[in-house]
Design a protein around this ligand. Sequence first.
Ligand code: NAD
Ligand code: UDP
Length: 309
Amino acid sequence: MRILVTGGAGFLGSHLCERLLTDGNEVVCLDNFFTGSKQNISSFAANPGFELVRHDVIDPFKFEVDQIYNLACPASPPHYQYNPIKTIKTSVMGAINALGLAKRLRARVFQASTSEVYGDPQVHPQPETYWGHVNPIGRRSCYDEGKRCAETLFFDYHRENKVDIRVVRIFNTYGPRMHEADGRVVSNFIVQALKGEDITVYGDGTQTRSFCYVDDLIEGFVRMMGQTETPGPVNLGNPGEFTMMELAELTLKLVGGRSKIVHKRLPADDPKQRRPDITLAQKVLGKWEPKVPLEDGLKRTIAYFRKRL
Ligand code: NAD
Ligand code: UDP
């Protein structure tokens, strides 16, 4: 197949492009390089099945492809809050443009949605049936509400125009090719520990997240796109749940060195707890479940950053 990946030069997008090429597909990677980079795709850029297009998803795009994965959108809080209006445009207009193309081509189209649609959840762990607890006017809203609106668009195009959609809600995923200055917690802690700088825990560090290694997630993407049982939404993530203090201590132990843990102000609306209920994914994605424990995934990610720094 020929497959379009928007946001293909980003962290997840580059791993997805690589996997699709390995499976024998042709890949068109579309990216505006806001948070992505040519370096992320350098190891497979010379593959004759790979094409790179610099383009912004808020402007319509036209390709002849069999499938579309829509990943374009900054994902780390500092990056998506840098230009919040642009973030909403990227989510909403990007979704409309991806769906319009899918409609014309009768192509299956995948949306990288997020656990942020659950906001600061009052149900724990979060099943897909939970509608969420989202502040519509806060600093995180440009991302959360943009992604919620994109889900709405996907399901309206599905109901109104019979577009063949697949929607996944991704929980915190980490691994090699995260940007050194990405700002998300795993890369921040690793880079700080490797540089011997203070490890910045926001708030008291009792808030929790569930961390999925990138390879496990990408396997889930491909299985989601390959099945016909449900358009989604389907949660994808690792149900192992850790406090940020636990993550800081584990990172320090694995990196070694003499960094100190310091506490910084907790950002507004920071969700207090998050863990995916992956019952549905296990059922519809051929017994899919994450295989890489946090410690192993951190070791691989640390090895990547050690080389880069
Ligand atoms: P990332 O920032 O590394 O990748 C995003 C990519 O999209 C980058 O290459 C960026 O340059 C590109 N992009 C941004 N705006 C664009 C635009 N207007 N036009 C074209 N390209 C644009 O982040 P990531 O972690 O790889 O996330 C990929 C997708 O997965 C995003 O949609 C994100 O919301 C979603 N997601 C990721 C996670 C996670 O934990 N990594 C969690 C939930 C959802
Ligand atoms: N966090 C932290 N130190 C950092 C970066 C983030 O303690 O240097 C915390 C943040 O407040 C949040 C958790 O780690 O509670 C996950 O943050 P991230 O930005 O990775 O993702 P998200 O909040 O979107 O899940």
